[in-house]
Structures are given as structure tokens and as C-alpha cells.
Design a protein around this ligand. Structure first.
Ligand code: G6P
Length: 477
């Protein structure tokens, strides 16, 4: 790495690469799972900042290094940190509360203590890495206390925070025994960014009610004279980069190979998700299975490819989900598959970008049906890859992406019959209809890419507190 202090510091729980142990005991680096890395990586490649995060694994103590032109500073985690901070408070308490209680959250005081301690370590590392007056951009629900901790250590910094997942309504957030500390942690930032305007409004309302600060529209006025802005910045992808990949000959050849291997059915349905209970994978496959059962099509007409990227495998609810999906896929394939032609090709694995692009190109109908999702970048990736303006997207109303991709076949993922109708409509839609919808969605995704997202956040961050309108309104007598 070139120098020790930086003008831009990214702080996220995970580094963009994840150290994995192979069967023979050796190690390799893989792209980390999830939308956060998909979005931040292209932003970092074009800048000269440093990224602080966990390299995956237990007690992995590696020196700062450079990967793909990015300067990375690893923070090691012990088995206790993983249990209390990562699997516990982050993914056993916050994740379900922030996703509409799709699963039941657990509240444990030891998990909270671990969350505080690990957040403090991230804040200290960021304080060491940042130049005088630098900008630090903290990401996601695992690190909500870092902004305030960092401000105490380094009041000279400009601090931004971005939440990649939904921010819940007050009624749910209030269940958290540590609700006030979390709000105060976030208020350490100058700018708090969310996916959707509704999330920013939830936050402002909670700050007023629970912390008692004055607020006006998207501004919070702190007693020390500081102003914090909370606003929506819908995240996106490197649309041009992905389209270029999708247009390459090797990806086209691989897409043809995939269709061939599937038995050249008339239509290929595709789902790509982390294996997470918020994603609605089970209900979606059930809907597809029922359509086969009722004879709307058979495996010569339509097959489903479901990629489930392994995730949080030590957490009980994730293990149960895996078993349930394994059983369902086995049953549907047993009932409807033929030799060499399963109804569902189920892949429990992660794949490189090229393979994903080939899958997007091979798919006629992309099915994205989460019960709740901050944005869902898979939906945008599919649209970016359909440069010929064809293909159909079935999308949950409860994914942030639904606010932008209005021309998708929108569904309520809790309504199995509604999902079945949407799958059938997308399956049977004529070319004109598919093209009309896809073209409109492509305009949205290509015009609002991840570069525009990062620039608008950074511009706003540089601006907070410098406008007259940010100054506390005069008290009315
Ligand atoms: C979501 C979260 C990220 C997280 C990713 C993968 O996209 O917003 O913060 O990194 O899932 O989950 P994991 O637990 O493997 O980091």
C-alpha cells in the first residue's frame, strides 16, 4: 500500500474479498457476497481511498494489502466477535427487525456488548487511517455506532453513513432495547443516507420522538449547533460495465451453452439471491411448482434456474431455510422432472461476474420476490444485461427497486396466486409488451448508475451544514 493516511476512508463490515479455506487447508480470496460490495467496488476502483473491513474467517490477521487497485485494511474478528457482533446482534437482532420481522429477532445483552466493542474497533481503525479533514464513509447496519464513536475520536472529519437495508417504521424499531444508542450513533454522521425517502422519514421521526432533537424536513438540529441531514440516495450498479460484459462474445457463447444444457426449453426462469429468508425463494419456487402441477407448462416449455449464494451458514434460521428449500426442490423435480431435464436447476454456490452475466442473458424471465429488500441490485443487473431490450422482470413490490422499475410485473410475494398469475403473464407476454417494459426500465438503470449515486451522496456530504437553510430556524415566540 502506498501511504498510511487517506483522504477518503470507506468503512464496511466486509472487505470486497473474503478469505476462504479450501479442503486441503490452503486459502484463497473470493468476491464477498451481497449488494454492498457490488455497489461500492466500482466506486472505490475509480478513487484513491482505502477500505477498512473484515476479511472473513476467524482470527484472520493479515497486513493491509492491495487487491484489484483497491487499498484494503483488514480488521480481524475472533470467534466471540463473530458469535456476538456478526451472527448475533447484526444478523440475529437487527437484520430481522429491519426487514419487517420476516423472522423473529432475538435480544441478548451480551450480543449488544459485542456490537459496541467491535464498532469501537472499527472507529479506532478509521481514525488512524484518515488524513486531517478527511471524509469517512461508513456503511450499513453492522456499524451504526461508528459515526458517533469516530466523531469523538476525530472531530475534524466529515462523516457520511449509508444504510443499505431498509430502515424500519418506528413501531418496529422501538422494540430494540438499545434504540436510543443506535439513533445517537447514527447522528455522529453529517449525512445519513437511506435507500428510500420513507426510510429517511422513519429515522427523522424516531430522532424527534426518542432523542428529543429538533427536526425540520430532512434536517436534525443538535444541541451543539451541528446539523445532520437524512435523505434518500437509491443505490445502483455499474450498468455500462455490466452491459459491456454481457455483450462480449464469451458471455454470449456461455449463455447459449447454458440454454443448451437446460434442454433448450421455450422459456428459462431465473432467480439469483443470497440464501436468505427475506428473499422469498421458497414461495417463488412453490408458485412455479404449482404452475407445473396445474399443467400450464411442462419442462419442455419452462425450467427454473435458482442460484442461492451461501450466506450466514452458522445462523440457525439460515440452516433451516436451506433444508426447507432442498426438500421443496427435490419434491418438484421428483414430480415433474425428466431424465436430463430437471424442472428446477438449483445451485447452492456463488459465481464470478461473467457467469452471472451469462445467466442473465440466458434468462427470459427474471424472478425477484423478496418479502422486504433495501434495493435489490440483482433486478437492476438483469435489466442492464438485456441490451437487446427483451426479457421480463417479475419483481416484488417490497424491494426498493420497485420504486424505480415500475414497468416490471410487480407482485406481492405473500400472495402465491398473485405470483402465479404474474409468472404466467411474464411467460406468455408477447415481444412488443416485453420490449415496451424493458426499454423503459433500461432508461432508468442506465441513467441512474452507481457513479451517479456515489457522486450525489458525496456532493451532499460536502454540502451539509454549509447552507443558510441548514441553520436552525428562529424559535417562534
Ligand atoms: C447485504 C448487506 C451487506 C452484507 C451482505 C452479505 O447486502 O447489506 O452489509 O455484507 O448482505 O451478507 P454477509 O453477512 O455475508 O456480509
Amino acid at each position: 500500500m502506498k501511504d498510511v493516511s487517506h483522504h477518503l476512508v470507506i468503512v464496511a463490515n466486509r472487505l470486497p474479498v473474503d478469505r476462504v479455506e479450501l479442503a486441503d487447508g490452503s486459502h484463497t480470496w473470493r468476491t464477498s457476497p451481497g449488494g454492498l460490495v457490488t455497489a461500492i467496488e466500482p466506486v472505490m476502483r475509480h478513487g484513491d481511498g482505502v477500505w477498512i473491513g473484515w476479511p472473513g474467517g476467524v482470527d484472520v490477521d493479515v497486513e493491509p494489502f492491495t487487491d484489484n487497485d483497491m487499498d484494503l485494511v483488514p480488521i480481524s474478528m475472533s470467534a466471540e466477535d463473530i458469535e456476538g457482533f456478526y451472527e448475533g446482534f447484526s444478523n440475529g437482532t437487527l437484520w430481522p427487525i429491519y426487514h419487517d420481522l420476516v423472522a423473529k429477532p432475538e435480544f441478548h445483552r451480551e450480543w449488544w456488548d459485542s456490537y459496541v466493542a467491535v464498532n469501537q474497533r472499527f472507529a479506532e481503525k478509521a481514525a488512524e487511517a484518515a488524513d486531517e479533514g478527511a471524509t469517512v464513509w461508513v456503511h450499513d447496519y453492522q456499524l451504526q455506532l461508528v459515526p458517533q464513536m469516530l466523531r469523538t475520536l476525530r472531530p475534524d472529519l466529515r462523516i457520511g453513513f449509508y444504510l443499505h437495508i431498509p430502515f424500519p417504521p418506528a413501531e418496529l424499531f422501538q422494540q430494540l432495547p438499545w434504540r436510543r444508542q443506535i439513533l445517537e450513533g447514527l447522528l455522529g454522521a453529517d449525512l445519513v443516507g437511506f435507500q428510500l425517502p420513507g426510510a429517511a422519514q422513519n429515522f427523522i421521526r424516531l430522532v424527534r420522538q426518542r432523542v428529543g432533537h429538533k427536526t425540520h424536513r430532512d434536517l436534525v438540529y443538535l444541541p451543539d449547533g451541528r446539523t445532520v441531514r437524512a435523505a434518500a440516495f437509491p443505490i445502483s450498479i455499474d450498468a455500462a460495465g455490466l452491459e459491456e460484459l454481457a455483450r462480449s462474445e464469451s458471455v454470449a457463447a456461455r449463455a447459449a451453452e447454458i440454454r443448451e444444457a437446460l434442454g433448450n426449453p421455450r422459456r428459462v426462469f431465473l432467480g439469483i439471491d443470497r440464501l436468505d429468508y427475506t428473499k422469498g425463494i421458497y414461495a417463488r419456487l412453490r408458485a412455479f411448482g404449482e404452475l407445473l402441477e396445474e399443467g400450464h407448462f411442462d419442462v419442455e416449455d419452462a425450467v427454473f434456474v435458482q442460484v442461492a449464494v451461501p450466506s450466514r451458514e452458522q445462523v440457525e434460521q439460515y440452516r433451516l431455510l436451506r433444508d426447507e428449500i432442498d426438500r421443496l426442490v427435490g419434491r418438484i423435480n421428483g414430480d415433474h422432472g425428466r431424465i436430463g431435464s430437471p424442472a428446477i436447476s438449483y445451485l447452492h454456490s456463488s459465481y464470478p461476474r461473467e457467469e452471472m452475466a451469462a445467466l442473465y442473458r440466458a434468462a427470459d424471465v427474471m424472478v425477484v420476490t423478496p418479502y422486504r429488500d433495501g434495493m435489490n441490485l440483482v433486478a437492476k443487473e438483469y435489466v442492464a444485461c438485456r441490451y437487446e431490450g427483451d426479457g421480463a422482470l417479475v419483481l416484488s413490490e417490497f424491494a426498493g427497486a420497485a420504486e424505480e422499475l415500475r414497468q416490471a410485473w410487480l407482485v406481492n410475494p405473500y400472495d402465491i396466486n398473485g405470483m402465479k398469475s404474474a409468472l404466467l403473464e411474464a411467460y406468455g407476454a408477447d415481444e412488443r409488451e416485453r420490449t415496451r417494459r424493458m426499454r423503459a426500465m433500461r432508461r432508468q438503470v442506465t441513467q441512474h448508475d452507481v457513479k451517479a449515486w456515489a457522486e450525489s451522496f458525496m456532493t451532499e456530504l460536502a454540502d451539509v451544514g454549509t447552507h443558510e437553510k441548514d441553520v436552525r430556524p428562529a424559535r417562534r415566540s
